[in-house]
Design a protein around this ligand. Structure first.
Ligand code: ADP
Length: 487
């Protein structure tokens, strides 16, 4: 089976969040399962020089206001990619979505309508020699593909089925209504009404309406987003499609995130050599200026610092953690108030609390290797990755019982501990007192090192790679290719 991914990001070429990891790793895992998966994304600056064997697969004299080419090649990982080279849309210094001023590019609607348009053309056979059986779309940036496929479909030339994965419902692709005139959507046709969203247009809405199937990145998040509390205004639309909404938990790249081979960690270890983790802990304490105490349970956080992540709860629970002899290390960047509050906490508790403001990939590996536990108190979390890294590194996750966090961590309640299935701690609701109780429970268990190590070993042997998720996507693809009514 041939599958076309249409995505705004793909690791290692371009990444701003978890979506890039999925778009980079899932096609490779699918290839191992016999699927010919290729990835279409914009040729942001510098990307063309990072693929091997480039060939021009298609030229377009006018793609939303300028010339464009589709360049096919491979990444260093062997992933087959098509880069949409449209200099008038993508050749500019800045991020994929934001300019150097930190504001959205003013033509983001055109930039991602163009990506979606080309996705639909490739899906409908524009490239000689390769056409997909199914199109896999990711977030609002590629969601319009589903509308273009619908418009282009005819009884004699049906469009292939499409699957839209929602990685985070908070991002909806909202633009002023009058922009619809520029999107190559025929006037008067249903998609225009179907894009309307509280006085604006939403690209995501077009995808939710027209994709043959919808998925999100965990079963619990799939259930949450059909409720008014968590549906972010989309719950009604999503409820209407609940029969075509599937949740599949993301995997992690377990060759990059492996404590036995990780080049960033001081002392490699595995579940059988757990004692070595103490060396990484001491190294991290030393690196961060924390007191070198082997017996202090060291909690860590690696996160964007935003309201979503619930880290504003941390300063409230800190005093009781410290009173019980625990330490806290935070690596994160984002909200200025939160950064300041955490830095204040570090200044108040020298030697017990360390805060590093910034984005530092190698340091995030040393955090996972050196800490005893990782705290993820998100208010909502479609899937979450850091708790999965924590499982792999025997760094016990303490998580809010929401979204993918609820699906990937088994709470260390009495029964789960007795049966040897526990992998971490969950708490609900997402407030400071429930978080504090969970941290207390972790500190209690940490005092019983044999029980703690059983928990760590169980966490480390849990399969968090991509193969399970890939098998589920293959199942879903096969069902869609056989049964989806053509758009
Ligand atoms: P989200 O995509 O909502 O930010 P995820 O948990 O799905 O949350 O993914 C976050 C990714 O970004 C993880 O790979 C995490 O290790 C990484 N990350 C977040 N903040 C930092 C940071 N300050 N330094 C290094 N890596 C970070």
């Amino acid at each position: 089976m041939r599958v076309l991914f249409v995505t705004p990001e793909c690791y290692p070429l371009v990444k701003t969040g978890g979506l890039a990891d999925v778009a980079g790793a899932l096609p490779l895992a699918l290839a191992a399962a016999g699927i010919d998966a290729r990835v279409l994304l914009p040729a942001y600056p510098g990307l063309l020089s990072r693929i091997t064997g480039p060939v021009v697969a298609s030229t377009m004299p006018d793609l939303f206001g300028g010339k464009a080419r589709l360049i096919a090649g491979r990444t260093v990982d062997g992933l087959q990619v098509g880069l949409l080279d449209a200099p008038h849309l993508y050749a500019r210094d800045g991020g994929p979505y934001l300019g150097p001023d930190g504001l959205d590019w003013p033509d983001n609607d055109l930039r991602f309508a163009a990506l979606s348009w080309v996705g639909a053309q490739v899906a409908r056979g524009a490239i000689t020699g390769w056409a997909p059986d199914l199109v896999h779309l990711h977030d609002w940036q590629s969601a319009l593909t589903a509308a273009y496929l619908h418009i282009g479909s005819t009884p004699t030339s049906p469009s292939p089925p499409s699957l839209l994965t929602i990685h985070n419902l908070a991002f909806q692709g909202l633009f002023p209504v009058d922009r619809v005139a520029h999107l190559r959507l025929p006037p008067g046709l249903a998609p225009i009404g179907d894009l309307e969203y509280y006085g604006q247009i939403s690209f995501l809405k077009a995808g939710v309406r027209y994709a043959d199937h919808l998925s999100t990145v965990s079963p619990t998040y799939a259930r949450e987003i059909v409720t008014p509390e968590n549906g972010m205004g989309f719950d009604g639309l999503l409820r209407a499609r609940a029969g075509q909404l599937t949740g599949i938990v993301n995997g992690i790249d377990d060759s990059v995130w492996d404590p036995a081979t990780d080049p960033h960690v001081v002392a490699p270890y595995n579940a059988r050599k757990l004692g070595v983790k103490a060396v990484d802990k001491a190294a991290l304490q030393g690196e961060l200026g924390l007191e070198l105490r082997a017996d202090a349970p060291l909690f860590c956080v690696v996160s964007r610092l935003t309201a979503q992540k619930g880290l504003d709860l941390l300063p409230t629970v800190l005093a009781s953690m410290i009173a019980r002899g625990a330490q806290l290390a935070v690596l994160g960047a984002g909200d200025a108030h939160l950064e300041a509050a955490l830095l204040r906490a570090a200044a108040q508790h020298p030697g017990q609390v360390a805060v590093v403001v910034g984005y530092d990939e190698p340091l995030s590996h040393r955090f996972q290797a050196g800490a005893d536990a990782i705290v993820v108190p998100s208010r909502f979390e479609p899937c979450g990755l850091t708790q999965l890294y924590g499982l792999r590194y025997g760094t016990v996750p303490i998580v809010a019982r929401v979204g993918g966090l609820a699906d990937t961590v088994i709470d260390a309640n009495e029964a789960a501990l007795r049966d040897g299935v526990a992998t971490g701690f969950q708490f609900a609701p997402v407030d400071a007192s429930a978080l504090s109780v969970a941290i207390d429970r972790a500190i209690d268990l940490y005092a019983d090192q044999r029980a703690w190590q059983r928990l760590q070993r169980r966490a480390m042997t849990r399969d968090v790679g991509w193969s399970t998720a890939a098998a589920k996507y293959v199942d879903l693809y096969e069902r869609l290719v056989v049964t989806a009514p053509r758009s």
